[in-house]
Design a protein around this ligand. Structure first.
Ligand code: NAD
Length: 474
């Protein structure tokens, strides 16, 4: 895309946005996006432009976040391609109207549900997984037959500009269009003045509140995919080596800037020392003794976040790591102890490579600690006991999670992905995406050869009796 095109997007206001909004509304009303062939073709197109631009995507992610190409493929491009495959494989079945039973008092009737596209969907995405958290959502909205406006984050400019460039070139703007610009400047003009048939927002809880308030002005429905402090509990019966491996992987991928990264560890007091030693071994196995030199270790997104993380570093005893380099936006993988539970680091979502470790004596104590930051987006438990697994799963409210694993709940399109309470509402992935971007129209079709006289006025005790009889009541 030309620079002129990008520049022309920098001044989006309600007024300048109207022609695009009207064009998408008109395009949707033609019905073209509804057909199976159209949806399939667009998904295929998305798939092929991702494949064609795989190396440019990896390069942009490297520039924005210093992500290793393997990490970029594992956690972004590859995961989007997988989601497109799932949408393509199931599209026909999901689009089919479904017959359901009809109550006896409706006899003779046929009831069915029609999956209907919503209309124009607004996708607002963050910087930490800019490809994954934009295009996985986009795949679901395309499959469901909508038109799309996409607003990626200004904080990952290389990836956002690349997405705008390749998507805006491949798709007509009346069907799908990427808008660039600062969220705080661009989005009020859109959300407060236009009704969107769905708004899918992924980002921080604080901005999520603003998005929901703005969307409410036009009664636009919203899905909020937010953040939170995701705890990781390590029980004494866990396989400690595997636990350390998987926690280090989940914590340090994207230098801890993952919404579902284990935020802090609650380890049983009896195994704390040995577990911390195992964690350190695992960090050094993956990233060496100086991770700044490792090509597998990403960087902090910007100076503001970097400074915030440095303040957290002061809030505990550094057991391991603690080095940083502002000129490189580098912060070493760091294990912290002796943190006051009311410190800032335990109030905000950490979103960086710092790993606070706390201990607990019994499960109830662990639950009480987690409850200080209720509704985490993710919860991770390391144990070999199914009784322990049931204990935590039945008592904690959280978006989604894993047992003896971290993060990979996101990798299964058969699982709903979303938060609860302060970590968001609504869900997506696979069929859940199709459902999120679909309106299910319920239709009852009645035959005309029979008309029950007792439904009509004038009402009468005998008619009431018949009606009650049909409903199975005396
Ligand atoms: P961000 O700053 O990139 O913001 C996300 C989007 O909101 C961007 O498109 C941005 O332009 C827009 N925005 C920012 N400020 C705005 C404002 N004042 N008004 C309107 N729009 C605005 O990303 P972020 O919010 O810093 O992302 C990090 C947060 O996102 C973390 O809390 C993380 O946990 C959360 N997150 C959640 C998920 C999830 O799937 N639940 C995934 C990734 C990140």
């Amino acid at each position: 895309m030309s620079v002129a095109h990008l520049e022309s997007q920098s001044q989006i206001t309600a007024e300048t946005f109207r022609p695009l909004y009207d064009a998408q509304s008109a395009y949707f009303k033609t019905g073209i996006t509804r057909t199976y062939e159209f949806r399939r073709t667009q998904l295929k197109k998305l798939e092929s432009i991702i494949r064609e631009n795989e190396s440019q995507i990896a390069a942009a992610l490297y520039k924005d976040l210093r992500k290793h190409p393997q990490e970029a493929y594992m956690t972004e491009t590859g995961a989007v391609l997988e989601e497109i495959k799932v949408q393509l494989r199931n599209l026909k079945a999901w689009m089919r109207p479904k017959t359901v039973t009809s109550s006896i008092f409706l006899f003779p009737a046929h009831s069915y549900i029609v999956p209907d596209p919503l209309g124009t969907v607004l996708v607002i995405s963050p910087w930490n997984y800019p490809i994954l958290l934009t295009l996985r959502v986009v795949a679901g909205a395309i499959a469901a037959g909508n038109t799309l406006i996409i607003k990626p984050s200004e904080l990952s400019p290389n990836t956002s500009e690349l997405m705008a460039s390749i998507l805006n070139e491949a798709f007509p703007k009346e069907y799908l269009h990427v808008l660039l610009g600062e969220g705080a400047t661009v989005l009020p003009g859109l959300l407060e003045h236009f009704h969107f048939d769905h708004v899918m927002y992924t980002g921080s809880t604080s901005v999520g509140k603003k998005i929901m308030a703005m969307a409410a002005k036009q009664l636009s429905p919203v899905t909020l995919e937010l953040g939170g402090k995701s705890p990781c509990v390590v029980e004494p019966d866990a396989n400690l080596k595997i636990a350390a491996k998987r926690i280090v992987w989940g914590k340090l991928i994207n230098a801890g800037q993952s919404c579902v990264a284990p935020d802090y560890i609650l380890v049983h007091e009896s195994i704390k020392t040995v577990f911390i030693e195992t964690l350190i071994k695992e960090i050094e196995r993956g990233f060496g003794t100086n991770p700044q030199k490792s090509s597998s270790y990403a960087r902090i997104i910007n100076q503001k976040r970097f400074n915030q993380l440095l303040t957290y570093l002061q809030e505990g005893t550094i057991v391991y790591g603690g080095q940083y380099d502002a000129s490189d936006l580098y912060i070493a993988p760091t294990i912290l102890e002796n943190i006051h539970p009311d410190a800032g680091i335990m109030k905000d979502e950490l979103f960086g490579p710092l790993l606070p470790v706390f201990t607990y004596k019994d499960k109830q104590e662990a639950l009480d600690f987690i409850d200080r930051n209720p509704y985490p987006l993710a919860f991770y438990l390391f144990t070999s006991s199914t009784t322990t697994e049931r204990y935590f799963m039945e008592r904690l409210r959280f978006g989604g999670g894993a047992v003896n694993e971290t993060i990979l709940q996101l990798a299964n399109s058969a699982l709903p992905y979303g938060g609860v309470g302060y970590s968001g509402h609504g869900r997506y992935l696979g069929k859940y995406s199709f459902d999120t971007f679909t309106h299910y129209k319920g239709i009852v079709k009645r035959a005309t050869w029979f008309e029950p006289f007792f439904r009509h006025a004038p009402f009468h005790p005998m008619k009431t009796k018949l009606w009650r009889f049909l409903l199975g009541r005396k």
